[in-house]
Ligand binder design. Sequence first.
Ligand SMILES: Nc1nc2c(ncn2[C@@H]2O[C@H](COP(=O)(O)OP(=O)(O)O)[C@@H](O)[C@H]2O)c(=O)[nH]1
Ligand SMILES: [Mg+2]
Length: 452
Amino acid sequence: MLDSLGSSLRKTIMKIRGAPIVDEKLIKELMKDLENALLGADVNLDLALNMCDVVRNKALKDNIPLGLSRRDYTLKVIYDELTNLLGRKHDPLRLNPNEKSILLLIGIQGSGKTTAIGKLANYFQKRGFKIGVIGGDTFRPGALAQLQQYLAPIDVEVYGDEKEKKATNVIKKGLKHFERKKNINLILIDTTGRHKEEKSLLKEMQSIAKVSSPTEIVLVVDATIGQQAQAQADAFNRATPLGSIILTKLDGSAKGGGAVSAVSVTGAVIRFYGDGEKIQDLEEFNPTRFVGSLLGMGDLEGLVTKVNEAFDEEDTAEIRDAFKKGKITLRHFQKQMETANKQSSIGKLVSKIPGVSSMMGQQPNLEEESQKGMKRFLAICGSMTDEELDDARIIKGKRIQRIARGSGTSPQEVKQLLKQFNQMTKQFKAMRKMRGRRGGAPGGLPPGFEGL
Ligand SMILES: Nc1nc2c(ncn2[C@@H]2O[C@H](COP(=O)(O)OP(=O)(O)O)[C@@H](O)[C@H]2O)c(=O)[nH]1
Ligand SMILES: [Mg+2]
C-alpha cells in the first residue's frame, strides 16, 4: 500500500506543486486523481467521494489564510483530510510496567496473529518490558513450534502444552506459570482463530477473555482484504470495550488504504500495523505520520504546523476590518510581514520535498533578496514605538534617526520604508473607491493582500 497508494498520491501532490496556477479547473482535475488513487486502494466509494468533496470545497471556498498561497493551503487540506480518513486520532498503547498486563490476540486464520505476537514481544522488550508468551493455538499442528521458532532470536519464554487440546486450559495454566514469575510484566496470548467469519471468532474471544481477564483484546486484521475489514472491525468494536486493532500485511497490499479507512470509520482504534514478515516490521499507527510517509514527505508535519501558525483568524479579521475602514497602519503591515515571513519558511519546507524545487523553477537569489528585505522591514518596525506604529505620520527627523539606530539600518532605509508605506495606503484608498463603485467585488489587491 505504501507503494501504490503512496505513489499515486505523490503524483497528485507534484501536480499541485508544479502547476502555474491553482484554480478551479486544476482542483477539479486533482480531485479526479485523488478519487482514482483512493478507489484504486479499495477505499469505500462514499468515503472517497466525501473526502474529495471536502477537499474541493475547502480549497475553493475557504478564506485562504493571510499570507498563504492557495497551493499550500490546498496541500494542507489534502493532508488533513487524508489523516481524517485514515485514522482521526493517535492513540498509542500505553502499558503500566508496574502491573502485569495481558494482551489477548484474536483474529481469523492466517491474519498474522502469531507473527504479531513476536513483533509485539520485540517491541515491548525494547521498551524494557519482561515478556511471557502463551501459545494458545491448540488446533493447528506445529503452532507452538512456529511460535517458539519465531521468538527464538529475542529470547522470550514461550509457555505451551502440546498434549492439552483445550485452548482455555493451556491459557489458564500459562497464566499460572507466569503469575509465579515476578519479573514478567507483560503476557501475550496467541490463539487459534480457525474461523472464517466474525461470529464464531467473537465467541471464542469471549470464552478466552473470561479465563484470562486481558488488559486489552487485540484483533489482528489482514489488510489485504481491503474495505471488507469494516465488517470485522465493526463487530469486534461492538463486542468488546477492551478492543484495539493491528493491521497486518500493509507492505504487500494494494488494498491497504481501503482497510485502514474502513477500520477507522468504525471508530475502532488501530494501534499498530505490520509492514513485513520480520519481527521488527511493526509500526505504531500514528495517522499524521502515516499520511506523511504515504505522501513521502517527512517534512509535511512541519509544514502543517507552520500553516496552522499562519492561520491566525483574529489577525486576518482585524486587518480586513482596517482595510474596510481605510485605516491601515504600519502595525498592520508589520503583522502582514510576520505572516509572510512564516510563509516563506513554509516555502522553504515545501522546497525540501524531493523534486519540488526543480519543478517550481526556484530562483534562490531572488528568494534570498526578498528574505533580506523582509527582515529589514521587521527590524525597522520593531524599533518603533506603539504610537509610531499606529500613526506613521509622526515619524520625522529625530524619530527617523532613532529608529535607524535601533534597527541597525540607515535613515535612508527608514525613509524608504515610510515612502513605500505611503504609496501602499494611497493604493488602498484608490481601491476602496473602486470597490465601492463596483459593488463589493475586490479589485486586484497589492501583493500579499489577496486573501482579504
Ligand atoms: N508481508 C507480510 N506478511 C505477514 C505480515 N504479518 C504476517 N505475515 C505472514 O502471514 C502469514 C500468516 O501469519 P501467521 O502469524 O501465521 O497468522 P495466524 O494464523 O493468524 O497466526 C505468514 O506467512 C506470515 O509471515 C506482514 O505484516 N507482512
Ligand atoms: Mg498462528
